[in-house]
Design a protein. Sequence first.
Length: 484
Amino acid sequence: MSLCQPFLDAASRRPSHPALVLGGLLDGAPITYGVLREMALRAGAGVAALVTDGEPPRVALRLGNGPEFLALFLGTVAAGGVVALLDPKWSEGQSEAALDTLRPALRLTDETAVGWIAAQPAGWVPPPVDPATPFLIGFTSGTTGRPKAFIRDQGSWLATLEASRVEFGIGPADVVLVPGPLVHGLGLYGAFEGLSSGATVHVQPKFDAADAARRLAGAGVTTLVVVPTMLVGILDAAERHALRFPDLRRVVCSGAKLAPAVHERLTALCPEAAVLEYYGASELSFVSLRASREGAPADSVGRPFHGVELELRDDDGRPAAAGSPGTVWVRSRMLSGGYVEATDGAGYRKRDGWGTVGDYGWIDAEGWLRLVGRAGDMLISGGLNVYPAEVEATLRACPAVAEAVVFGLPDPYWGDAVSAVVWWRGGKRASAAELRSWCHGRLEGYKAPRRIFTADAMPLTGSGKIARADLRDRARAGGLEELA
């Protein structure tokens, strides 16, 4: 089955049903499934004309959130082409470098997409597509260097749809809000999953916390797909305007761990909503799920996602001893095919049907997975290994701390001085000594931050994650307030 078929079937069943709601809450009429299907089939006709010698053509999209983005994505997938996602926030140099690597048959922007779709013929019928056909080239967030281009085949996302249907249960009666950028995996998959399920999908031209809060309060939204930083902004807006979310039934969240304080605030606004916090990676898709109603420990990332097997391995690639930490390896039908170009060996690796991105963790006696960090993020302080994720989780559990980021700063004695930036929870504050004491009571002493900074603003990447490199550079340059 073609990856696009569930959407086409949903459009055939209910062509007049709202598929997309764009702009502000009251801006314009929804785009129906019938209209979006027609746009997608026109786009598919144009992409099908680019096929040469049976090779799937690459279509580079540098577009913001909008119907053209989704129509081109759906149409390219239906035609057996490959969508290459270029972030509109990239510099021209970054985009040109990506295009030199990808060599697409077609490149479209916000300025050219509408006219190109309109110029394609109507009446095109999608052909059968082999699930092994590649369909997506995306870019990782680049935690271990410049972003890497990974490639996926249609079968991997068909398996992903099957797994998320089991875990999330989104259906045609749902209204899904995807406030983040579609050019990134969480937003694109969230919108695609909603459309494949026959649901109505709300998309913002760009993230607007106040507008998102209003939609959740009054537009019948049942499902929110979001990264933690955006969720905090939405909660802030809701609390400022005394809004509640009466129809929200599930919050699907990924990209980083949710702080305990965020869970508490969310529960206060919508106690009936299930929080479905999943751990995954662009290259691996879903790995594990921490569902709020399953009783998973707060510091875990839950149990294996539907259809996923987990194995911890030692540095020699052998299974780690029971109860011991190790590198997290994953086996499922959702794994990507790898990177477009040869790499330095960091990041994604596959072996005998198993894949890893180098995350390090352990599984407790009840089967809950806890992450310690990623190999490329590890600090060596005083000759000892420190994983930032472990220290961040400990700081976030402090009642005074809303969010924390941990990294290493050069130090002539320690090598990497464990350093942290914290954001306060409401009007609460803590001294550096109090935060170190908190950590000392829960971690080995050498893991406690030696330098602690605060910041007013939280710099974000284009995908809505915290811009760690920017914070580290600012701390190193003396641009952040350091607690005494």
